[in-house]
Design a protein around this ligand. Sequence first.
Ligand SMILES: Nc1ncnc2c1ncn2[C@@H]1O[C@H](COP(=O)(O)OP(=O)(O)OP(=O)(O)O)[C@@H](O)[C@H]1O
Ligand code: SF4
Ligand SMILES: [Mg+2]
Length: 319
Amino acid sequence: MTEVLRIDALELHHVTARGRLRAVDGVTLAIARGETLGLVGESGRGKSTLARCIVGISRPTAGRLAIAGVAPGPGRASRLARARAVQKVFQDPGGALNPCLTVGRIIEELLRVHGVGSRAGRREAALDLARRVGLADFHLARLPHELSGGQRQRVSIARALVLRPALLVCDEAVSALDVSVQAQVLNLLVALQRDLGLTCPFVSHDLAVVRYIGHRIAVMDLGRIVEIGPATAVWERRAHPCTRALVAAIPDAAARHDDAALLEGDVPSPLDPPSGCGFRTRCPFARDRCAKGRPLLREQGGGLAVACHFAEEIAPGAS
Ligand SMILES: Nc1ncnc2c1ncn2[C@@H]1O[C@H](COP(=O)(O)OP(=O)(O)OP(=O)(O)O)[C@@H](O)[C@H]1O
Ligand code: SF4
Ligand SMILES: [Mg+2]
């Protein structure tokens, strides 16, 4: 397995007027070439903060991060190398695009900034990518406001891929789109994964979305990964109660089974996390031990790891 991204004990703390907020609180993971890792969790659980650390927009407080084996350092050369290696597609397809540039210019912009190819070569690359993401040739002459939300997100994807980055970081890339358009853009990303061998940390609050697109899924709660493993195992086993709560949040009743009953109790603030397990104020399985020791990720077999003292009991059949 060739690791494109490796993160070790990564932390990002915000110092606020009300105290220290551990937005990312010790995350360790690796993503292999060609793999999509769905990062899922409720709102405010640290997903975007982690994505921003990977892209280089935010600087971690502690821990290590390496992209294709290289730890990004300070300085212009390192920043440029990272910008070539890591690209992003975020939620707002409108706001992320320069309203004054045509779609063709937007897609080829990064080639120009990085001095790649001739003018004709850049035009050719933009055309090729526009077609790959399902835009018509005539769209290249349009301005972003002349496109639909789905088309704009296709432009964002084409722009992000033009430098052939090692990593494509998606953060709620389909969340702002209508459900039918969401499906089209997800299908496009799956096709690009297949054709270009993309390596992709894919953030979403929606477990159904990451299940569809992710080879593996990591569930985040209070800045930590509480469950990680193959998408099928995470979805079918739901070994961590937090994963069960995310299933219960999916509007599709067929997916919910008996999980709906689990959404009770106070949602703790990351500024004042509970002692022990961060999920215990809402966990129907919580008992004394959960208040004392912080559960660490433990292997459950089949590549699944779960941070719950009672994972074997909650999801029998492990290891
Ligand atoms: N600049 C900041 N200063 C202080 N706290 C911040 C700052 N940015 C984010 N936070 C806090 O860090 C925590 C993690 O935020 P983050 O945006 O990573 O969550 P998220 O999981 O992406 O949520 P969502 O699903 O709503 O996008 C939240 O509690 C948020 O309020
Ligand atoms: S450690 Fe305890 S509180 Fe935390 S998820 Fe497991 S059972 Fe629930
Ligand atoms: Mg977010």
